[in-house]
Write a protein that binds this ligand. Structure first.
Ligand code: GRF
Length: 200
């Protein structure tokens, strides 16, 4: 039986695209069945369309309504919800309905540089300004508090004196491209014990 992923994204969608390419163009027993986006002009909408994955653009109010979201996710037989650059808070009814089956990727080594307002460029700027020597990515379970759910995976990269928020962002995107699909594959297969944490 095929497992189905619904990706929630608000922005450019490079992670969504990587996940779609990883799962939908090979036979891994898991498919990205749906992309939910809260901005009609987000890059992820065009990416999903061109990769032939259904996209629903929904505003905050709709996303907060159980009678809209639960039937939608059921229609696509969603087993796992993956947040990939999704900037709205996930409503409690979704966290509860998909308990242990909603994961997020955060572009820092949580618990550092997490919490409200810490997304995208804000994170990388804060990392550089704090003089951090190392940063990275965190894949974690979603709970009812921003960036506080159980950590499933982290990978790190060095921050050099010459790095800027832009160059850190590039390094983070490289880590995401390298590891995120593999981590989601393990989560979908419920194979968390075999998730290794690389050190470089
Ligand atoms: C990524 O860095 C992800 O870690 C963070 O938001 C960014 C989204 O990038 N949560 P993209 O939209 O996938 O290109």
């Amino acid at each position: 039986m095929t497992r189905h992923i619904a990706i929630f994204a608000s922005g450019n969608g490079s992670n969504a695209e990587n996940l779609i390419r990883h799962f939908n163009y090979s036979d891994k027993g898991t498919k990205v069945a749906l992309v939910v986006c809260n901005r009609a002009d987000a890059g992820v909408v065009g990416r999903a369309n061109s990769l032939e994955v259904p996209v629903r653009v929904l505003g905050r109010e709709e996303i907060n309504k159980p009678d809209i979201m639960l039937p939608l996710l059921e229609e696509y037989e969603t087993d796992l919800v993956v947040l990939a650059g999704f900037l709205l808070m996930i409503p409690e009814f979704l966290v509860n309905r998909y308990a242990g089956r909603i994961v997020n990727i955060h572009p820092s080594l949580l618990p550092k540089f997490g919490g409200k307002g810490m997304y995208g460029r804000h994170v990388h700027k804060a990392v550089v300004e704090a003089g951090e020597r190392v940063t990275g990515i965190t894949v974690h379970m979603v709970s009812n508090e921003y960036d506080k759910g159980e950590i499933l995976f982290q990978a790190t990269t060095e921050v050099l004196d010459t790095d800027t928020p832009d160059s850190v962002e590039k390094k983070i995107h490289e880590l995401e491209r390298k590891y995120f699909p593999m981590v989601i594959e393990k989560v979908a297969e419920n194979d968390l014990l075999n998730l290794s944490f690389p050190t470089t």
